[in-house]
Write a protein that binds this ligand. Structure first.
Ligand code: GRF
Length: 317
């Protein structure tokens, strides 16, 4: 599989960026670093990146509007064919426009056990609070500072006599290991059947009165007291496909769908003759909104009138 292309944004030393660069040298690493960009042309990390033959881009943000500056960074990042952005000591708040464009595709490393100690001076605050453990977190970047979903953390013991500097030194060692591991997991999660199933499960079980039970070896989702409306299928009978099986209105709709997008839709074994459709989850990125629409549609075809009545009324208005 092609490696995920990662751009790293830095403001200074860049030791986390360096850790990502070295991790990416391992032949089995699922990502490569395609650009290192800085908002300070003097950032020492830039020299390291250049020495390692990684393209760099640096621009002083001073005097520029936040959104204007971010648009220039965005243009460079896109020119490099970036799939994901890793913030590594990037000390500049990002505009909502930039965060929106990279939603779900941008990670950050933060030197605390989030949600504790967002922002600056994390080690000082942990010591002052009398904590016995500090640590670091890798999280998805959202509009709120240091607030997105946490992907992973490493705890670091606070030793008697620790100063913010000694604690920061030890935490940095943990950061360097955590970041590359979490980034690797994140860029490969869509190829991980457990992750795909967890997402399907979350959407399916959010529909009214639904439950899960295995059926012929596949996780199945049904309306309580009623019928199955979805199955998660992973390499079923060695077909090599990870997919979601849902109901259509019948074999005609099924044929039309396969005709319209043969890479996305397929006719599943066994359930195919009854008009079920397979939706491939091997596509990148998975269109989760589309998956959600199909689950809701299939649920509606399987749920008792008592549950769908209101939806039928809304449709007629
Ligand atoms: C790290 O402690 C990181 O967690 C924080 O900023 C620091 C950057 O250090 N966001 P470096 O530039 O990666 O060496």
């Amino acid at each position: 599989m092609a490696k995920a292309r990662v751009a790293v944004l830095i403001s200074g030393r860049g030791s986390n960026m360096a850790a990502l660069v070295y991790a990416a040298k391992h032949p089995g690493c699922p990502f490569e670093i395609v650009l290192v960009a800085a908002n300070d042309p003097e950032a020492p990390g830039l020299q390291f990146a250049q020495a390692e033959g990684i393209p760099t881009f640096a621009l002083d943000h001073k005097g520029m509007k936040r959104a204007e500056f971010d648009a220039l960074i965005d243009a460079q990042v896109r020119k490099a064919g970036t799939d994901y952005i890793a913030l590594a000591g990037y000390m500049r708040l990002l505009s909502p426009e930039f965060v929106g464009k990279w939603e779900g595709r941008m990670l950050n490393i933060h030197p605390s056990l989030l949600p504790k100690y967002k922002g600056l001076h994390t080690h000082e605050r942990a010591i002052a609070a009398g904590d016995t453990v500090a640590g670091c977190s890798v999280h998805v970047v959202t509009a709120e500072l240091d607030d997105g979903p946490v992907l992973g953390q490493t705890e670091v013991a606070i030793l008697p006599g620790d100063t913010p500097a000694t604690l920061a030194d030890r935490t940095l060692i943990a950061e360097h290991q955590l970041y590359s591991r979490e980034l690797a997991d994140y860029v490969t999660r869509e190829s991980n059947p457990d992750w795909l199933l967890a997402n399907i499960r979350e959407i399916a079980l959010a529909l009214p009165e639904t439950a899960e039970k295995p059926s012929h070896g596949s996780p199945g989702f049904f309306v309580e007291g009623g019928k199955f409306f979805a199955y998660f299928s992973h390499n079923h009978h060695q077909n090599g496909i990870t997919g979601l099986l849902v109901k259509t209105s019948g074999v005609e709709e099924q044929a039309m769908l396969i005709d319209s997008d043969p890479a996305l839709y397929y006719r599943p074994a066994y359930l195919g003759p009854s008009g079920w459709i397979g939706i491939s989850l091997d596509q990148r990125p998975v269109d989760w909104a589309h998956v959600g629409e199909w689950l809701a549609k299939s649920w509606r075809m399987s749920a008792p009138k008592r549950l769908t009545k209101l939806l039928d009324v809304i449709d007629q208005i």
